[in-house]
Design a protein around this ligand. Structure first.
Ligand code: GTP
Length: 373
């Protein structure tokens, strides 16, 4: 038996308004809830039982995955009334684990897409005798992450807060959001209160002399926390740049889910996904985008690097680049929206050639402008 904890209780604030009604790990990525990819990869690596640490919209996880038999897994759920942070969530979920003593337990953030060798990470942990093994990845710009320094043998020496955003900084290794804990080590996390695993648990373990080991592995790694990354992850799965046993169709330039209606005169490319029941009109061009179930794209619309929420509508002739359209929002015909804007759920923008700049966008749309970096 190999057990895992899946951390899925976050608010997904950076992905609003997509996460206004759906937790980030349940948003469709390449046609299925993102977690389906993660769970399928975990099952393929020999994980047999997963405890979900839920909080935000907790009930939606069990409604989607039930007892896990559809995925060949045994699933259990823990609900935090108040979010306990990543460390508190691990401590709380551990009460439902059956592993004991020095058995390894995998922990996954619910928003990471990677080609990590999960079984290799677990076996390396067992052989090394480490207290915790962390998957590390190198990113070209580590300013949004905490840095992890290791010695030549991979022993973790230090965790550094986010480097100063103003100064120049090169590629660096960062915490990749997947860990193996020796079961008994989880009990060292203080119970019943909010704790951050990155800022509190790991630095305190290192300070106490525990053996934390970092492993750089894999060629592909993406944190799907922002709209741009969410779109990229979906497109990369569709185009086969990263493998998933759960991809619901052949690898290709676009994925059209059953029940979607795409006019023969529309052009889909760049890993675009058109979800169940969505419609795309004649002459529309959609590149590298995610059209969620039930959304519609009018004739000759031009959509690039954007996400259309469930049942959102984009009028004919409209042009969107790097835009997030919330659920049931309606963009009138012949609109041209500024790059990077987010349109709130249910917002209606009038037809008739609206040319919005960030200044003239209605405040409901501006409210979802991306947070400053
Ligand atoms: P943002 O709000 O956009 O930062 O996203 P997030 O809420 O997902 O936070 P973050 O990306 O830092 O979280 C990393 C992982 O931990 C995600 O899979 C979250 O669902 C999960 N997570 C974060 N905070 C909590 C928490 O308090 N409880 C639980 N159970 N999971 C959490």
């Amino acid at each position: 038996m190999t057990e895992a904890i899946l951390l899925v209780g976050g608010q997904g604030a950076r992905l609003r308004p997509l996460t206004s009604h759906t937790p980030k790990p349940l948003l469709p990525v390449a046609g299925v809830p993102f977690l389906t990819h993660q769970l399928a990869r975990a099952a393929a690596a020999g994980v047999t039982r997963v405890v979900f640490a839920t909080s935000y919209r907790a009930e939606m996880f069990a409604a989607e995955f039930g007892d896990g038999s559809g995925l060949g897994l045994e699933l259990d759920y823990v609900v935090e009334d108040e979010p306990l942070g990543t460390g508190g969530a691990i401590r709380g979920a551990a009460e439902k684990l059956r592993s004991k003593g020095n058995e390894p337990v995998l922990i996954f953030n619910g928003d990471i897409l990677s080609d990590l060798d999960i079984a290799g990470l677990r076996e390396g942990h067992r052989e090394s005798g480490a207290d915790v093994t962390l998957h590390l990845t190198r990113v070209p710009d580590p300013r949004a992450f905490g840095l992890v320094s290791t010695d030549a043998d991979g022993r973790i020496l230090d965790f550094l807060e986010k480097p100063d955003a103003s100064g120049p900084i090169g590629a660096a290794q960062v915490n990749a959001g997947c860990y193996v804990f020796t079961r008994s080590v989880i009990d060292r996390i203080p119970p019943g209160r909010a704790v951050s695993v990155e800022r509190e648990v790991f630095p305190e373990l290192v300070a106490s002399g525990a053996y934390l080991r970092g492993v750089l592995d894999g060629d592909y790694w993406l944190d799907l926390g922002t709209p741009a990354a969410f779109i990229q992850g979906s497109a990369d799965l569709v185009r086969g740049r990263v493998d998933s046993p759960a991809l619901p169709g052949p690898v290709g330039d676009a994925l059209v889910l059953p029940g979607a209606q795409v006019d023969a005169g529309a052009v889909l490319s760049g890993g675009t996904v058109v979800g169940e029941g969505a419609r795309v009109g004649v002459g529309a061009v959609i590149e590298g985008s995610v059209v969620l179930p039930g959304a519609s794209v009018g004739a000759h619309a031009d959509i690039r690097r954007s996400v259309l929420g469930r049942f959102a509508e984009v009028g004919s002739g409209s042009s969107l680049d790097s835009v997030v359209v919330g659920e049931k929002a309606r963009i009138g015909a012949d609109s041209e929206l500024p790059s990077g804007i987010r349109i709130g759920c249910g917002v209606e923008l009038p037809p008739g050639g609206v040319r919005m700049s960030a200044e003239t966008a209605p405040c409901t749309a501006r409210a979802f402008a991306p947070p400053a970096a």
